[in-house]
Design a protein around this ligand. Structure first.
Ligand code: G3P
Ligand code: CA
Length: 240
């Protein structure tokens, strides 16, 4: 298998060290040397796109309740940093727009469509198109219907399909879906799987790299990239 670079994708930013999906976590990832940032988007009650992983705000802010029951103004009044450590008090829930503006020209964004809201794929594509740097963004999702909607609405945007399982027809399914990047869960990654997907013309990006052993497994299998909460450790390993 030919050696290809392995992309270090900071998962929700450098989220082992700073509150996930905040400027603090993304800035730290860049400072560590990662040039790819992963983030999650959901829609607010007043139809803005915000960067947050869970359907509820409870775990990662001082608020409570569903993201989509809040307006943008209500979400931006919450503290999104102190839950992680008092030194991060004052971090805010971000809009996708703010993220695109801050990291323009400095990072490739892997935007995961997380929420179930109707129209989320199209709205995400609109914001990315307006920002004017579509080739520096990859849209991902576990949700096949969201990827189908994205393909129909914005075929020019690179897309990745987050997979919980690998079945025999994975290359056929990914081809029919029209995505270039199947994203297997780290524990399913093997050199054989990487070769199979590469030979079918795909780029292979792992997710769910929850510890260093899984990170090494993915590196040794030759993946094209992976999301990690600890980009510094992957950068150190790849530098060896
Ligand atoms: O890299 C994809 C990964 O972010 C998917 O899982 O739950 O962390 O969004 P999750
Ligand atoms: Ca994610």
């Amino acid at each position: 298998m030919s050696a290809r670079p392995c992309l270090v994708i900071a998962h929700r930013g450098a989220s082992s060290y700073a509150p996930e999906n905040t400027f603090a976590a993304f800035d730290l990832a860049l400072a560590m040397g990662a040039h790819h940032l992963e983030l999650d988007v959901q829609m607010t009650r007043d139809e803005h796109l915000v960067v947050i992983h869970d359907d509820l705000v409870d775990r990662t802010s001082d608020g409570n309740g569903p993201v989509n029951s809040h307006t943008l103004a209500q979400l931006q009044a919450l503290d999104a940093g102190a839950w992680f450590d008092a030194k991060f008090a004052g971090e805010r829930i971000l809009t996708l727009q703010a993220l695109l503006e801050r990291y323009r020209g400095r990072a490739h964004l892997h935007v995961e469509i997380k929420g179930k809201t109707e129209g989320l794929s199209e709205r995400t594509a609109d914001i990315i198109r307006r920002a004017g740097w579509p080739q520096a963004v990859t849209i991902t999702s576990f949700q096949k219907d969201k990827l189908q909607a994205l393909r129909a609405y914005a075929p020019e945007l690179p897309a990745g399909w987050l997979l919980r399982n690998i079945d025999d027809d994975i290359t056929g399914a990914a081809t029919r879906l029209g995505i270039g990047q199947p994203c297997p869960k780290a524990e399913w990654v093997t050199p054989e799987l990487v070769t199979r997907l590469r030979e079918a013309g795909f780029n292979v990006r792992a997710w769910g790299v929850s510890n260093v052993d899984l990170m090494l497994r993915c590196v040794q299998a030759g993946v094209d990239g992976m999301t990690v909460n600890f980009p510094d450790k992957l950068i150190a390993r790849l530098g060896k």
